[in-house]
Each structure stands twice: as structure tokens, then as C-alpha cells.
Design a binder for this molecule. Structure first.
Ligand SMILES: Nc1ncnc2c1ncn2[C@@H]1O[C@H](COP(=O)(O)OP(=O)(O)OP(=O)(O)O)[C@@H](O)[C@H]1O
Length: 883
């Protein structure tokens, strides 16, 4: 199951913290004349003993930190962690009489200030609860158990009664508690008392009761030695309402509430001891064996967890080798914040045990714990489900979005980066194309302007404006084109009206000529169209950043060009046909009119000539009328001629404009072909990109497939290799075994042959074995001798120390006696010489004591050398070699 991000955040990895507490020399040690052999580097958490030096997290006592600061530095952080939902453990380890119970305060009786960590912890916990009670509801329980002779007993068992200071023996012996394993590898105790407490006093009463019930006994090392491992556990459950209000603890509703539960183990281990030294025998000896078994298992657990290599290899941790170690399953390498307090005695007589304790503690420093905030299972489950839901929703969204499986994300990312790169290239290309497009648009625009200019020219020419005037107008054309258009239209309209009024035939013509009217209104429409197109172009330019829009734009431009072309064609077609027809008709009419007028003139001339022969007055009048009419007709004829000429000129101009429009059409055609080319190129490019992309994808797929195949092959080969290795190993082992067996057989055969030849039953192999065993025996004997010598000397030193103190007392007494004696009976010089004699005697005894002490340390060193594992291993390997 995946850890939610919040859970991962709550996980706290840290090493087991180790503090050393050096107690002062106790009276018994002083009486035995023991000296302080432990030195602490001032200001440093470093302990020196003989040639050994150890560094820890804290060192208290001797010249280290003050013993009183142990609570603040080691315990307080654990209490804080407890209130944050972390499990916490503090355990004291050390030899018998090194001060574990004193440090932990397990023998709390409630009388006076007995000190120790546990009473202070109780005090602090209830102080914190008091401070938080407005926002948080607490449920505090305690349990107190002891592990005695590999059995677990409930120290708060209601059946065991106490009368304040001692246990009232129950009728039946107390029954051990059954240990049950939980699914996650931890343990639970069936039926252990977990008493709910509401105050510090109540909790203290349970501690006192358990302390009294705890099994103790007297040993040489400690008058009141704890013969069991004691675990006092405080369970703190807290319910914090997120809105600040709190409700009943029994309520299972978890929405908006945070329920934390954590436990604090306070462990006072039984003392590590050497049976001989503690002077234990009988029952105490048996207890000692059990104690040592538990501590040996604990040592093995610490070694397994403290060895980084073993930990990385996932090596076995022997938690189940004793009854004690499963209890520390969480505390060592598990879900807890842990502090180990190694208690040591500074006495030189305990040097060996002290070194062992320090070595033990040093290994524990490497243990890494993984503490997590313990939430209420329901709340935690809801939290987990919530995060799972979130994750699933995210996955669903991912799948809906057509995404590939998560593993392919990397490949897709790579693809995206490739596509982004090519996208950037395409954008650059698009920009270039847009520039080309802009240029083409400009060309089209210029063409349009050119076309419109020509249309205007035609219009002007049609309205009878001379070419010079038109050229003049051209020069002023740098005005706004639209204004020009409007002005031109107005001019045309005025011209139309003028023509209409000045010349009836022409007026008739114009009145009957809708083409010109259409043309004028067309001009207005075009002007409006043009301004709209400009706006449209503006918008198109805004969207021109996208590749697909360039196609649209081009299509738009194409359409517009086509439209203009069609317009142009229509105009040219209709205009040309109509004008031609009109001009021809007009010319014909003028011709006919001219002919008629000419005929009329002829007739008039004839009538006039016939009238010239008559001289009457009416004839004269008629003649004058004829002459007048003739003149008028001649004028009309000349006018007609003029008009005919103008019409001819118009026809010529029309031809010219036709040519210009043809050129314009050619230009449009050229632009169109350029556009087509551009489109073709774009199409080609996108085709190329698509094919490149397809081939790239194909390539990637191919590579992935190949990668998977390679991976599969690699796995196959690895498995094969593993199998081959195993077979090889088995074969090698079999071969070695066979060779060994063969050698043995050969040896046996050879020795039996030799024995039969010489009559000697002992072969050289057996001889070597006998030698080795003899040697080993010799070494063991020597060790034993040295040890008994050491013990004898220790006893001697103790006796001497006793003698010295007796002598001291005696000398004091004598001094007092001498002084009290009257000066008459003894002269001052005699008295002084007597005191001097006594002092010399005392000095001699002290000198003997000092030499004994040096002998003792020498013996100790010898013992260490002989009993040391190095020597032992040396002997064993020697024996092995010989065998
Ligand atoms: N820091 C200290 N200052 C003064 N005296 C101490 C200190 N620590 C321990 N002692 C004394 O040393 C003696 C042995 O201590 P204690 O009973 O705590 O040892 P222990 O390690 O619990 O022994 P065991 O393993 O046999 O139970 C006691 O008399 C105690 O008063």
C-alpha cells in the first residue's frame, strides 16, 4: 500500500540517541579502595577508559554534564514527541549496581524526593495536559510489567495487594501473562492491566505499587538488585477537535477531529552481571542466567540493527530470542523515538564491565528508527482512503485526457520536448511565410488601387474629362484613397446631372444608361467594402500567429482576388459591349441625323436657288427664312461633327482602359499563381513534417520494443546466471565435501596402515588435535588461574583497605590518647616520636595498599588478555589449523 504524502511527512527517521551516565563511586567501592578509572573530556560527550575512547550524544556525571540536565536534554524532547503522536522509549542499560534504577526512578515509593526520570516524566505529562485541556481531550493509561526469569508479570495485577511498603503475598503464585503476536510483527499482552489515570498522584500510586511488587534481591554488587526487567508504559490518547471544541472520547466520529495515540516506554533493565562477581549462587545464579539471556538477545538485536551492512542486506534481527526483545521491537529500529541511557560505574574494579557497556551503547547509536505519528486507525484509514481517492481521481483524469500509462510518461515527455523544438522551427517558418503573405497582400492591395484608379480614369474619360485633366488629378491622388473615391463619385454625379441638363440626347442617353448609375453606386459599395476588408485584415493579422490561420488567410485572399477578377470581368464584359453598342448606335444616329440635316440643307439650298429667281416679297421672306434655317442647320451639322469626333475619342479611350484592365487582370493572375505556389509549398512542408513525425514515432516505438526485449533477455540471462551460480556453488560444496571425506578416509587408511605397521594407534591428525586441546586447556587453566589470582588480590585489597581504615581509626584513637595523657608521664619529644612511629606504620600500610592496587591492575590486564576474544580466536584457529 502506498504511503500518503501526509503519512510520509509524518514519518521521522532518526538514530537511537545514547547518553552515558557515570555515577560517583559508592561507599562499598570506596571501602574496597577502588579508584576512578573513567575520565570524561570536559565540554565533550567523550568517555575515556584505559586505552579506549567513546563518543556519545551526551555524557552525564564525573566531569561531564550535570546529572540534573539529563531530563531537559534527553527526556523532554521525548515527551514533546509523545504529545505530537510519536511513540517514545527511554531505557537504562548497565551492569548491576551501575545506577539504572536510580536514574530511571523505578523504585519510586512516593516518600520524599526519590528523584529519577519517571517521576519527572509524570509531572511534566500532567503539566502539559493541564495546559492543553481547553482544546484537547486526553485519555491517559499506564501499565507496569516485569520480565522475570523469562516470564512476563503484571506489576499492577489487582490480585497482588500491597500494604504501602511491601507486597501482601497472594494465596496462589502469580500467573505469567500470555504474549500474543500482532499481524504487523509486534506483540500484545493478554489481560495486562492498563489503568486509566486522571492525575499525577494517581499515576504515581501505580508506579509505587508496581515498584513494591517488583522482584529484587541482594547481590555482592548491589544490596537491592533488580532481578527483572521493568517496563513502565504511559499511553496518551488525545482528541483534538479541529474547530477547537472537544467531544467525548468514546465517539467514533472522526470528521474534523484528529485523534492521536502514542505510548512512552520507560524501561529499567536488569543489570548485566558476571555470576562470579556478583557472588550469586542458587536462586540468584539462575536469575542471573535468565537476565543474561535477555540481555544477550538484546545485544544481538542491537548488533544486527547497528551494523549498516547487515541492515542494508535486510539481515535477520533476532527479536524473538528472548521475552525482552519483542517488547523493544518498536523502540529499536521501529516506530519510536528512543534514548538509551548507559549507566556505568567509574570504579577500576568494574572497568571490564564498563568497557562492555560502552561498547554495547556505541553499537546502539547506529540504530535507525522510523517514527510515525500514530493516528486513530479510523481517522488514519479515512485519511488514507482520501489520499487514495485523490490519486485515483488524478489517474482517471490522466486516462480521460487520453494519456499513456505512467511508465510512458518519460517517453512522452521526451516526445513533447522534440515536438516543442520542431514547433519553434515551424513558428519561425510561419513568421517568414506571414511576411511573404503580407507582401503579397500589399501587392494585391496595390493592384486593387491600380484597378480602382483605372476605373476612375475610365469614368473621368467617359464624363468627357480630357487626359491632361485626368493626369492632373493623378498628381493629387496621394490624398486618402477613400476621400478620392468619394470626391470622384461626387464629381461623376455632378457631371451626370450637367450632361443630363445640357444635352437632351446625351441626357436621354444618360437617363437611359443605368450602367453609369450602377458604376457610381458600385464605387460607393467598393469603398465601404474596402474599409471593411481593411478591418478584416487587421483581425486576420491578429490571429495570423497560428499556423492553421495562414491557410484561412490565404484562402480569404484568394477568394477576394477571385471576386475582384469576376467583378472586373463582368464590368469589362458588360461595359465594353454596352458602350460599343451605344457608341455605334450613337454614331449611326448622328450619321443619320447628319444625313437628314444634309438632305434638309440640300432641300433648302434647292428651294433657295428656286426662290432666287422670284422677286416678290413673300419669296424674299421665305428665302430669308431658308437662309436662316440653313445656317442653323449648318451649325447643327458642325455640332454633330464635333460630337462625332468626341465619340470617336471616347471610343479610343475606352480601348486604352480595356488594355489597362487587361494588364490588371494579368497582375491578379500573377498574384494568384504566386499564392498557389505558396500554398503548394506549405502543403509540401506540412507533408514532410508529418512524415518525419510518423517515422520518428515509429522509430521510438521500435526502440521501446527493442528495449523491452533487451530487458527481458537481460532478466533471463540474470536468472540463468543465478541458477548457474547456485549449481556451481552446490557443486563446489559437494566437491569440497567429497575431497574432505576422501582426505579423511585417506588419513584414516594411512593411520591405520601406520598403526598396523608400528603398533601405535595415534595418527598425526589426532596427535595435532590432542595438542590443540591440550593447548586450549592450558590457556583456560591460565585464565582461570589469573582470574582467581585477580579475585584473591581484590579480596586482599579489600582486606588491606579494611586494615588501613582500622589502622587509621586506631592511630586517631592513639593520637587522642597520647594527647590526653598527662605531660608528666611523657615528655613532648617522646610523645612526638611515638606519633611519628605510628604515622610511619600507617604509611607502610598505605604503600602496601598502593603496590597491591598496581598488582591488581596488572592482574586485570592479564585477565583481559587471556579472556579476550582475540586470544580465544587465535587459540581456536591454531587448533583448527592443527586439526
Ligand atoms: N548518580 C548517582 N549518584 C549517587 N548514587 C548513585 C547514583 N546512581 C546510583 N547510585 C547508587 O548506586 C547504587 C546502585 O544503584 P541502582 O540500584 O540504581 O543500580 P542498578 O543499576 O539499578 O542495579 P541493578 O541492576 O542491580 O538493579 C544505589 O545505592 C544508588 O543509590
Amino acid at each position: 500500500m502506498m504511503e500518503s504524502s501526509e503519512e510520509a511527512k509524518a514519518l521521522h527517521k532518526d538514530c537511537v540517541k545514547v547518553a552515558v551516565n557515570v555515577r560517583p563511586l559508592v561507599t562499598t567501592e570506596l571501602l574496597m579502595g577502588c579508584t576512578d578509572c573513567v575520565t570524561v573530556v570536559p565540554g565533550e560527550p567523550q568517555v575515556h577508559i584505559g586505552a579506549h575512547a567513546f563518543t556519545f550524544d551526551h555524557v552525564y556525571g564525573s566531569s561531564g554534564s550535570l546529572y540534573s540536565s539529563i531530563f531537559e536534554e534527553c527526556v523532554l524532547p521525548l515527551i514533546d514527541a509523545l504529545f505530537h503522536g510519536y511513540n517514545a522509549t527511554i531505557f537504562a542499560y548497565g551492569q548491576t549496581g551501575s545506577g539504572k534504577t536510580y536514574t530511571m526512578g523505578t523504585n519510586y515509593t512516593g516518600e520524599g524526593d526519590s528523584g529519577g526520570i519517571i517521576p519527572e516524566v509524570m509531572d511534566m505529562i500532567f503539566r502539559k495536559i493541564d495546559a492543553m485541556k481547553d482544546t484537547t481531550e486526553f485519555l491517559v493509561r499506564v501499565s507496569f510489567i516485569e520480565i522475570f526469569k523469562e516470564e512476563v508479570f503484571d506489576l499492577l495485577d489487582p490480585q497482588s495487594r500491597t500494604d504501602g511498603t511491601s507486597v501482601v503475598k497472594p494465596a496462589v503464585p502469580r500467573a505469567p501473562i500470555q504474549i500474543r503476536e500482532t499481524a504487523n510483527g509486534g506483540i500484545t499482552l493478554a489481560g495486562v492491566t492498563e489503568a486509566e489515570v486522571k492525575s499525577k498522584e494517581e499515576m504515581a500510586s501505580y508506579l509505587t505499587r508496581g515498584s513494591i511488587c517488583r522482584a529484587t534481591g541482594s547481590t555482592n554488587m548491589n544490596n537491592q538488585s533488580s532481578r527483572s526487567h521493568a517496563i513502565f508504559t504511559i499511553y496518551v490518547e488525545q482528541k483534538k477537535a479541529n474547530n477547537g471544541s472537544c467531544s467525548g472520547m468514546g465517539n467514533n466520529e472522526v470528521a474534523g477531529e484528529d485523534i492521536l495515540f502514542a505510548k512512552f516506554h520507560l524501561v529499567d533493565l536488569a543489570g548485566s552481571e558476571r555470576a562470579k562477581r556478583t557472588g550469586a549462587d542458587g536462586i540468584r545464579l539462575k536469575e542471573g542466567i535468565h537476565i543474561n539471556r535477555g540481555l544477550l538477545a538484546l545485544g544481538n538485536v542491537i548488533s544486527a540493527l547497528g551494523d549498516e551492512k547487515k541492515r542494508k542486506d535486510g539481515g535477520h534481527v533476532p527479536y524473538r530470542d528472548s521475552k525482552l526483545t519483542p517488547f523493544l521491537w518498536d523502540s529499536l529500529g521501529g516506530n519510536s523515538k528512543t534514548v538509551m541511557i548507559a549507566c556505568i560505574s567509574p570504579a577500576d574494579s568494574n572497568a571490564e564491565e564498563t568497557i562492555n557497556t560502552l561498547k554495547y551503547a556505541n553499537r546502539a547509536r547506529n540504530i535507525q528508527n522510523k517514527a510515525v505519528i500514530n493516528r486513530d486507525p479510523v481517522a488514519a484509514e479515512m485519511q488514507r482512503m482520501r489520499s487514495q481517492l485523490e490519486q485515483l481521481q488524478a489517474e482517471l483524469q490522466f486516462c480521460r485526457g487520453g494519456g499513456a500509462p505512467f511508465e510512458e510518461l518519460q517517453v512522452l515527455r521526451h516526445k513533447i520536448s522534440l515536438l516543442e523544438a520542431s514547433n519553434a522551427d515551424l513558428r519561425q517558418e510561419l513568421k517568414e511565410r506571414q511576411d511573404i503573405c503580407e507582401h503579397l497582400k500589399q501587392c494585391a492591395f496595390d493592384a486593387q488601387v491600380e484597378k480602382d484608379k483605372l476605373i476612375l480614369k475610365i469614368e473621368s474619360a467617359r464624363s468627357g474629362t480630357s487626359w491632361d485633366e485626368i493626369d492632373e488629378m493623378e498628381k493629387i491622388k496621394d490624398l486618402d484613397l477613400t476621400n478620392g473615391y468619394i470626391k470622384k463619385i461626387q464629381e461623376l454625379e455632378a457631371e451626370l446631372l450637367r450632361v443630363r441638363s445640357s444635352s437632351r440626347p446625351c441626357g436621354n442617353y444618360l437617363m437611359n444608361c443605368p450602367a453609369l448609375v450602377d458604376m457610381a453606386s458600385g464605387c460607393i459599395e467598393r469603398t465601404l467594402d474596402f474599409s471593411m476588408e481593411v478591418e478584416e485584415d487587421e483581425k486576420e493579422r491578429e490571429h495570423s500567429m497560428l499556423q492553421d490561420q495562414i491557410d484561412k488567410e490565404l484562402r480569404e485572399l484568394d477568394k477576394r482576388l477571385e471576386q475582384k477578377e469576376a467583378e472586373m470581368k463582368q464590368f469589362a464584359k458588360s461595359d465594353t459591349a454596352f458602350l460599343k453598342q451605344h457608341y455605334e448606335k450613337k454614331l449611326l444616329e448622328l450619321e443619320q441625323e447628319k444625313k437628314l440635316l444634309m438632305k434638309e440643307i440640300e432641300d433648302l439650298r434647292f428651294n433657295l436657288s428656286s426662290l432666287s429667281y422670284t422677286s416678290d416679297e413673300s419669296a424674299e421672306k421665305l428665302k430669308a427664312d431658308y437662309i436662316q434655317k440653313l445656317n442653323m442647320l449648318e451649325t447643327q451639322v458642325s455640332e454633330l461633327k464635333k460630337k462625332q469626333e468626341a465619340q470617336a475619342q471616347l471610343l479610343r479611350q475606352k480601348q486604352k482602359s480595356d488594355e489597362a484592365s487587361k494588364r490588371l487582370q494579368e497582375e491578379i493572375q500573377r498574384i494568384k499563381s504566386q499564392k498557389v505556389q505558396l500554398q503548394h509549398k506549405m502543403k509540401q512542408d506540412s507533408e514532410q513534417f508529418r512524415s518525419w513525425k510518423a517515422s520518428r514515432e515509429k522509430e521510438v516505438l521500435q526502440l521501446k520494443k527493442e528495449g523491452r526485449r533487451n530487458e527481458y533477455e537481460m532478466h533471463k540471462l540474470l536468472a540463468l546466471n543465478q541458477r548457474q551460480k547456485m549449481v556451481l556453488q552446490r557443486k563446489t560444496e559437494e566437491a569440497a565435501l567429497a575431497t574432505k571425506r576422501l582426505k579423511e578416509l585417506l588419513e584414516v587408511k594411512k593411520s591405520s596402515r601406520e598403526a598396523s605397521a608400528t603398533g601405535n594407534a595415534n595418527g598425526p591428525g589426532i596427535q595435532a588435535l590432542v595438542h590443540a586441546i591440550e593447548h586450549e586447556l592450558e590457556v583456560t587453566l591460565r585464565v582461570h588461574e589469573v582470574r582467581s589470582e585477580y579475585d584473591r588480590q581484590m579480596q586482599e585489597r579489600a582486606a588491606m583497605a579494611k586494615e588501613v581504615s582500622r589502622l587509621k581509626e586506631e592511630s586517631e584513637m592513639l593520637k587522642r590518647k597520647i594527647i590526653s595523657e598527662s605531660p608528666q608521664t611523657m615528655s613532648p619529644s617522646a610523645r612526638n616520636s611515638r606519633i611519628l612511629a605510628l604515622e610511619t606504620m600507617l604509611k607502610t600500610s598505605s604503600g602496601a595498599l598502593v603496590s597491591m592496587a598496581s598488582q591488581l591492575s596488572e592482574a586485570e590486564e592479564r585477565e583481559r588478555v587471556f579472556s579476550g576474544r582475540g586470544r580465544w580466536n587465535q587459540v581456536r584457529s591454531l587448533a583448527k589449523q592443527k586439526i
